[in-house]
Design a protein around this ligand. Structure first.
Ligand code: FES
Length: 240
């Protein structure tokens, strides 16, 4: 369904303020399409700035870089600045917070546990040998191994789409594991044995059941399932 400037779209938005609401509810807002290809984020801003200032959601860069505006739009997780209103082939959009994460208010979720899991995999280069006196250089081929990994913007869309993540609160989840892979496969890193120890358990790489939701949810088109398989392969390579 093609939407043009002037068309009307109904946004049914999850609302919940624990300070005053007994239970969550959905509220409808009518938004006028400003131009063809309008971003969902622009529609949310239109609601917040011109219709209902009490609506809460995170956003910052509006360019798919900061990862702050992850949410569920018509059943799919994505960042609202990378979604266009007419991607959904409907004049009704249902907007919910990311599933499986505690809601602070409206579309704002609590990311403390998500980031604790990210920091648990030590998402930085670890040095054990003295610096060579120059940069730690990397061949073009070795650098290319990080493509499809370093682009993660930590929006949480993958982990919060994963039933294993919902079911096992200790599961590191697709996002933390993809970021672990980014450093394990980096030829300059010297801390991958300890990083692999952290992920080699039932709450790490072996919890993934290849459900594949994470792949469909990633707005950057990354493949956390493939990254997890790379970690499993590295563990088996170093064990046997
Ligand atoms: Fe930064 Fe969407 S606002 S990724």
């Amino acid at each position: 369904m093609s939407l043009n400037a002037g068309d009307k779209v109904i946004f049914k938005i999850f609302r919940y303020d624990p300070a005053k609401d007994k239970a969550p509810y959905f509220k409808d807002y009518e938004v006028t399409i400003e131009k063809k290809g309008m971003m969902v984020l622009d529609a949310l801003n239109q609601i917040k700035w011109h219709i209902d200032g009490s609506l809460s959601f995170r956003r910052s860069c509006r360019e798919g870089v900061c990862g702050s505006d992850g949410m569920n739009i018509n059943g799919m997780n994505t960042t609202s600045c990378m979604a266009h209103v007419d991607d959904y082939n409907s004049n009704v959009l249902i907007i919910k917070p990311l599933p499986g994460l505690p809601v602070i208010k409206d579309l704002v979720c609590d990311f403390v546990d998500f980031f604790d899991k990210y920091y648990a995999v030590k998402p930085y280069l670890i040095e054990k040998t003295p610096p060579p006196g120059t940069e730690r250089l990397q061949s073009i081929e070795d650098r290319a191994k990080l493509d499809g990994l370093y682009e993660c913007i930590l929006c949480g869309c993958c982990s919060s789409s994963c039933p294993s993540y919902w079911a096992d609160r200790d599961y590191l989840g697709p996002s933390a594991l993809l970021n672990a892979t980014r450093f394990v496969l980096d030829t300059r890193d010297e801390g991958s044995d300890e990083r692999l120890d952290t992920v080699n358990n039932i709450h790490g790489v072996w919890r993934c059941h290849t459900i594949l939701n994470c792949i469909h949810a990633c707005p950057k088109e990354l493949n956390p399932t493939k990254a997890i398989a790379s970690l499993q392969k590295e563990i088996l390579k170093r064990t046997y």
